[in-house]
Design a protein around this ligand. Structure first.
Ligand SMILES: [Zn+2]
Length: 285
C-alpha cells in the first residue's frame, strides 16, 4: 500500500536504509514552525470568506487533519569510510503546504495573508513594547494623523541614501534569535553608512516633528507624506529641517549619525501607512 502522508513516506525511507549507514537527522521543524505560526493563522483567515466562520477550533481541526504532511526534508549522501552516510534535514512545510494544498490561496489572497501576518506581528510587538515602555512612537504618530484622510497615493520614491541596497545591515521584520530563541521585531531597515552621509526625503511631505532624543531613536525626524503615510529617520548626527516645514522628494533632511540606542553609524528608516509599519524595501527604488 502506498504511504499517504509525508510522515509515512519519511519513515518508510529511513527504515529502508541499511542498519550500518549511521544516518543523521537534523531537525529544524520546531524552529521553523514557530516562525511560521502567524502566517498559518493569517492564511486560515484569508481562506475564510466570512469572519464569522473563523475560530480557533476550526483552525486546530484543519491542522490535525493535515499534521502528517507538515514537514519536508532534504537529504544528502556522503561517502564515509567506504560507506554511504545519509543526512536528512527536516524542515517545516506548513505554510507552503497549507497555501497550495489546503487553502488553495490565489496570489491576491496569499499576499493578503502575508500582510495580515506582518500586521499581527507588529500588533503583538507594539503591545509588548507598550507594556515595557508605557508609550510608543508608532502610537503617537498614528494619533497625530488621526484626522487625515487615508487615501494614500503611491508614487515613486527617492533613495534615502545613495546606493542604499549595498549597505543594508538589518532587515525589517520579525526575528527569532537562532541561539537564545528570543523574539525581536525590527520596525525598519538599517543602512550602515558613515557619519555625515546625507539622508534624502523619500517623498514630498511636511515634517511632522523633529526630536533630539538621547535614547532610543536618538536625533530623529518624521515626515508626513499625506494619506497617513510617514517615514521616520533615526540615529542622525544632524537634523537639517524643523517641524512643520514642507520638504520635496530628494531634499537633504538630515545626516547619518549614531545617536540614541545605536552601536555604530547607520540610518534606521521606518515607513508607516495607516498606522501599520511597512517594509521600507517595498518603497525604496
Ligand atoms: Zn534599526
Amino acid at each position: 500500500m502506498q504511504p499517504t502522508t509525508q510522515t509515512a513516506i519519511f519513515r518508510q525511507e529511513i527504515d529502508a536504509l541499511p542498519a550500518d549507514d549511521g544516518h543523521e537527522i537534523i531537525d529544524n521543524f520546531d524552529a521553523d514552525a514557530s516562525l511560521d505560526t502567524n502566517i498559518l493563522i493569517s492564511m486560515y483567515c484569508a481562506y475564510k470568506s466570512n469572519y464569522k466562520e473563523i475560530s480557533a477550533d476550526g483552525l486546530i481541526s484543519v491542522i490535525k487533519k493535515h499534521k502528517g504532511n507538515l514537514f519536508t526534508w532534504s537529504k544528502s549522501v556522503k561517502e564515509v569510510d567506504g560507506k554511504q552516510k545519509h543526512t536528512y534535514t527536516v524542515l517545516f512545510a506548513g505554510s507552503d503546504y497549507f497555501a497550495t494544498k489546503v487553502f488553495k490561496l490565489d496570489e491576491e489572497k496569499g499576499t493578503l495573508a502575508r500582510n495580515y501576518a506582518e500586521n499581527l506581528i507588529i500588533f503583538l510587538n507594539e503591545r509588548d513594547n507598550e507594556t515595557v515602555s508605557g508609550n510608543s512612537t508608532h502610537q503617537s504618530i498614528t494619533d497625530m494623523l488621526r484626522e487625515e484622510s487615508s487615501v494614500h497615493i503611491t508614487g515613486d520614491y527617492a533613495a534615502v541614501i545613495t546606493n542604499w541596497k549595498r549597505f543594508v545591515t538589518s532587515e525589517f521584520g520579525y526575528r527569532i534569535h537562532p541561539i537564545t530563541k528570543n523574539r525581536k521585531f525590527h520596525a525598519g531597515i538599517d543602512i550602515g553608512v558613515p557619519i555625515g552621509t546625507p539622508i534624502y526625503a523619500m517623498a514630498d511631505g511636511t515634517v511632522l516633528y523633529v526630536k533630539k532624543s538621547t535614547t532610543g531613536y536618538g536625533y530623529h525626524l518624521v515626515i508626513s507624506h499625506g494619506g497617513k503615510m510617514t517615514t521616520l529617520y533615526a540615529h542622525c548626527s544632524e537634523l537639517l529641517v524643523s517641524g512643520g516645514q514642507a520638504v520635496k522628494k530628494g531634499d537633504v533632511v538630515a545626516k547619518v549619525g549614531s545617536t540614541g540606542l545605536s552601536t555604530g553609524p547607520h540610518l534606521h528608516l521606518e515607513v508607516m501607512v495607516g498606522g501599520m509599519l511597512q517594509n521600507p524595501r517595498r518603497y525604496l527604488p
